[in-house]
Design a protein around this ligand. Structure first.
Ligand SMILES: *Cc1c(COP(=O)(O)O)cnc(C)c1O
Length: 355
């Protein structure tokens, strides 16, 4: 039987809370006793901050990593009680808001410490996590600057101006050897900082990839992004291979049908890109319908002999594969990009649903 679209005129992006809950349960068990710090950057990788926050909380995940101060403060206002870690801190960042919301800041430079030192400590001491760059070169103190950063933070802690709560790094995830090298660098730097008087309460380094494949690196927190949303961080395995479920599904109604082709109500205005010729498909009635071309508001697919579709039939663009649709990883392969870009690339005009 052909499934039909239920009223939305265009594309619909559905967040599947049960899939997120499933992924969190399975990874929480795998990572224990390390805890999950759930990464919710880019509107929770396109899944919606609020439904993801609520689902996580119901699964006992209370610690979040939110990129910017505004998102961290939004989580606090939703009622989040655990660690709210943010790490994109620029000169125009609202440090006072971070302080009011009790956020914990990933800090990598002296100027950030100096800005924190200007806050009124009577309003509460901001907690900082010092970042070491272990080779990704996307921020973090160089190993050569590390001791000076540690000393400066400890001096301010002695003055009662902040609290040095953690140390962290971010792996490049380019190879297991690179991550192991980074990890060794990190633990050596942590030991040195301890020698200088730092008493770190929490250490974190791994994101999804190292969290899954490099148990030793899990430390206190795994900063989990992709895996929570059912997306594999690895090129040689997809989410299903890892026992995870993709939590986002993009569907659209069939608009019109001709003898050899059909038009579907999703286009590049919705974030669907033009696939290399004939390589990608939309799944309608369980059958892959090859994409002929993508226009701004619609996509033309080939009809498939023996499959009786009509206006209002439901086309699956991406999802967990249950309806024969391509996964986010499969789309990413076709476009030579990462699956994060597929799931966060759906545009604002697409109707959001939560189930
Ligand atoms: C995005 C990000 C993560 C999460 O990475 P995934 O591969 O999505 O799990 C963790 N830490 C930092 C600093 C990040 O930017």
């Amino acid at each position: 039987m052909t499934e039909t679209a239920d009223g939305a005129p265009g594309a619909v992006l559905t967040t599947d809370r049960e899939a997120i809950a499933w992924n969190l349960r399975s990874l929480r068990t795998a990572f224990a006793p390390s805890r999950i710090m759930l990464v919710v950057k880019a509107d929770a990788y396109g899944h919606g901050l609020r439904p993801v926050y609520e689902t996580a909380l119901a699964e006992g995940v209370e610690d979040f990593a939110a990129l910017d101060i505004e998102t961290g403060a939004e989580l606090r206002s939703l009622g989040a009680a655990g660690t709210l870690f943010v790490w994109r801190i620029g000169p125009s960042s609202d440090f006072a808001l971070a302080q009011r919301a009790g956020l914990e800041l990933g800090v990598q430079s002296r100027w950030q410490l100096e800005r924190i030192a200007t806050l009124d400590a009577a309003e509460g001491r901001l907690a900082v996590h010092l970042k070491l760059d272990t080779g990704l070169h996307r921020g973090g103190a160089d190993p050569a600057e590390w001791d000076a950063l540690v000393d400066a933070a400890l001096a301010l802690q002695r003055e009662g101006r902040l609290r040095v709560r953690g140390a962290w790094t971010h792996f490049s995830d380019t190879s297991p050897e690179d991550d192991e090298r980074s990890f060794a660098q990190f633990t050596a730097a942590v030991d040195r900082a301890r020698g200088r008087g730092a008493e770190f309460e929490v250490l974190h380094a791994a994101a999804s990839g190292a969290g899954i494949d490099f148990p030793e690196s899990r430390l206190d927190f795994v900063r989990l992004g992709l895996g929570a949303y059912g997306i594999s961080p690895f090129e040689d395995r997809d989410g299903r291979d890892l026992g995870l479920r993709l939590a986002l599904e993009l569907t659209a109604p069939v608009l019109s049908v001709a003898e050899s082709e059909a038009a579907v109500g999703v286009g590049f205005g919705d974030g669907l890109q033009s696939a290399p010729d004939g390589e990608m498909w939309l799944s309608i009635d369980g059958a892959p319908h090859p994409i002929r071309r993508v226009e701004v508001d619609r996509t033309i697919v080939d009809r498939v002999p023996g499959i009786d579709i009509g206006p209002g039939s439901l086309a699956y663009c991406f999802g967990d594969g249950e309806h024969g649709e391509a996964t986010a990883e499969r789309w990413a392969e076709a476009f030579r990009t990462v699956p994060d870009e597929i799931v966060t690339g759906v545009t604002a005009r697409v109707t959001r649903r939560i189930r």
